[in-house]
Design a protein around this ligand. Sequence first.
Ligand code: MN
Length: 294
Amino acid sequence: MGNEKALRYAREFSIPLSLARILAQRFPEHSRAREFLHPRLNNLHPPELVPDIESAVELILNTIGSGEGILIYCHDDLDGYTSAAIVFKTFLDLQWHSSGPVYFYAIDRDKDGYIINPQVLKKYQEKGVSLILTVDFGISNNENFYIPQKMGFKLIVCDHHETELNRFPAPALDPKRGDSKYPFRELAGVGVAFKLVQMLYQNALGLKPAEFYEMKKEFFSIAMLGTIADRVPPTDENRIFCHYGLKFLDELDAGWINYFKKKGHQDKTSLYRSSRISNPRPLPENSDYYRHKR
Ligand SMILES: [Mn+2]
């Protein structure tokens, strides 16, 4: 029986029998096997299904429109940095001349632990920040909601960690929430950030999903790095991010890709692998780096 399936997979997908045997074991359902071998952008789930995403988008677009500043508060690993990177790039894209500054801050585990640091927030409040957006961080502790809100900030938490909370005093985007209707709960932090920026582009610029994917190929490659580094299961949307992230590298001429090439990672496969074995810091450490008014 198993052998019959393997033979069928080998024939239909034009792959060696040894590979078809493994595939038949892992994916007895034909459509799942095909999806794994040939990931399709069409199989990405609608971002609308992420909890609280509509209110988060509204809050962000209002903040950008009103000229107030935004602080992206991220986890200090590759998933956090890549999440911050695509959100940061999106905010710059959607800004116009009267928009406020956009900053990012990576948590300092020794100094801050896993609770938002009010001293850090205070510093950015003085620089005109009114909205805190956490990425790959924040959902697991109540304090991360109350500290910014007590200080008068607007807040959005965008995360993929488990949480025992079931009431959220601010938009909390996480497919692992108990009440989440999102069809795939294993996204990395950068996967959730990808969904958020997709909704932002779609709402702000009136794009369709396919147009967004075409316009922002780089985001697939960035999402690929965080997804691999966080070691989330390489299935469903995670596989789509990695498949297309790798494919699009060839077409992209971005500074960070050239950086990896210059560092001696000569081909795209080694860039893919290096996100597993190294933890590069593509963003300046806890920096004051920001872009103000274009
Ligand atoms: Mn993560």
